[in-house]
Design a protein around this ligand. Structure first.
Ligand SMILES: [Zn+2]
Length: 396
């Protein structure tokens, strides 16, 4: 009995130090020990186990002044890796990340013209998943057993391993399990994973409750509590873009009426400018923003209207969710920069009176377009770290 308890404590101590090193790249052993309340001796002992388990290593840190040399906790050179897959409406990429979460450089591939059913704008899922599968096979051949999980980020509603609906790719009920190849597979919505990344390593870091919203084509996001995404019973929550903050007469491609999604992006700007639906709403929004910056009055009005619609919804979500911080990604960063006053005024008008005096900070996301991949890496690593530590440190 005593042996079992001692073993459980060893595993827990190792997992705590491993998680701390993962969350704080560059941390010294002394600082990690102080944060976790470990004596110097037990930190040294735990590090020995994590090194033997090929999870963490150390390197001597350059020390300012004449203090004792210290060591920085780093990923083990033969340590575990997760494959990180990101699919967007136009591209796909595959890379790796290890303990500490930093991504290896990724080659970004465009969906080939042959992937599209001509005239329908649909990207053929089988073709894309086969190409990604080929890239994952190459990683397996290169890294062997170091590869322990696959994390996928993509637009759309994801439940478990299934893409229930991805409007921009025109996918319905696509199973991603084929990408796992026997490894642990995690999959998530790109905006939700960008939120996970902001909470772990970006602008929402250190806040207990954070709301992240990414505006690209429509708006997606997530509420994060202690860094974990609140995604409901089946993982499909966080579809803030399909809350009816918009015009009840306008039908959204999701099938509902009045969605916030279609009021904040390039499609909204096109309607305001009397144009038809743009083929690439994100690129269209970029062009309108650039015209607005150059002083075009119609473009300025279209940007202002989108910023107002975004702010109105954010104010409503503050009432509903009470986050300590709001991070805005994608087009949201541009709307905040170009029409911040209009945005903030709309937030205040939608917020309950008592809240106006103490609005939480609403800030640009820090991780930009890397957010979804960083979040996918975090999510895949979180799924396997405890099991790996248990297996390797307990010696089973
Ligand atoms: Zn909708």
């Amino acid at each position: 009995m005593a042996t079992i308890r001692a073993e459980a404590q060893r595993v827990q101590g190792a997992l705590a130090l491993l998680r701390h090193a993962h969350a704080n790249p560059g941390v010294t052993r002394a600082a990690a020990a102080a944060s976790l309340g470990l004596t110097s001796g037990s930190a040294t002992e735990i590090m020995g186990r994590l090194r033997a388990a090929r999870l963490l290593s150390e390197r001597v840190a350059p020390q300012a002044g004449r203090g004792r040399p210290t060591s920085v906790l780093v990923p083990h050179p033969d340590g575990p890796l997760v494959a990180v897959v990101e699919i967007t409406h136009a591209t796909w990429s595959v890379t790796t990340a290890g303990i500490g979460g930093s991504l290896a450089p990724a080659a970004v591939h465009r969906h080939a013209p042959g992937d599209r059913d001509v005239g329908r704008g649909r990207v053929e899922p089988g073709t894309v998943l086969a190409r990604i599968g080929g890239a994952l096979d190459a990683l397996r051949a290169r890294f062997g057993e170091r590869l322990v999980a696959v994390g996928v980020a993509m637009p759309g509603t994801i439940r478990g391993h299934t893409v229930v609906q991805a409007a921009t790719l025109r996918w319905r009920d696509v199973d991603l399990a084929v990408l796992g190849g026997g490894l642990t597979l995690t999959a998530g919505n790109d905006a939700s994973l960008a939120g996970v990344a902001e909470a772990a390593r970006g602008a929402a870091r250190g806040h207990q409750t954070a709301l992240h919203l990414t505006v690209e084509v429509g708006v997606g996001g997530v509420l994060l509590v202690d860094g974990a995404p609140a995604l409901g019973a089946t993982g499909a929550g966080g579809e803030f873009g399909h809350v009816p903050f918009g015009d009840p007469a306008v039908r959204c491609p999701c099938g509902a009426y009045g969605c916030w999604d279609v009021t904040v992006d390039g499609r909204a700007m096109a309607r305001r400018l009397g144009r038809g639906e743009p083929a690439d709403p994100r690129a269209f929004a970029g062009a309108v923003l650039s015209a607005a910056r150059n002083g075009n009055g119609d473009a300025k009005a279209a940007v202002a209207e989108a910023a107002h619609a975004l702010g109105r919804g954010v104010g409503a979500l503050l009432n509903a969710l009470d986050p300590a911080v709001v991070t805005l990604g994608g087009l949201g960063v541009d709307l905040l920069a170009f029409a911040g006053d209009i945005f903030t005024d709309a937030v205040r008008r939608a917020a309950m009176a008592w809240r106006r005096a103490e609005l939480p900070p609403i800030v640009p996301a820090e991780l930009g377009s890397r957010g979804p991949s960083i979040g996918a890496a975090e999510s895949a690593l979180a799924a396997v770290l405890a099991g790996l530590t248990q297996d390797r440190v307990a010696g089973r």
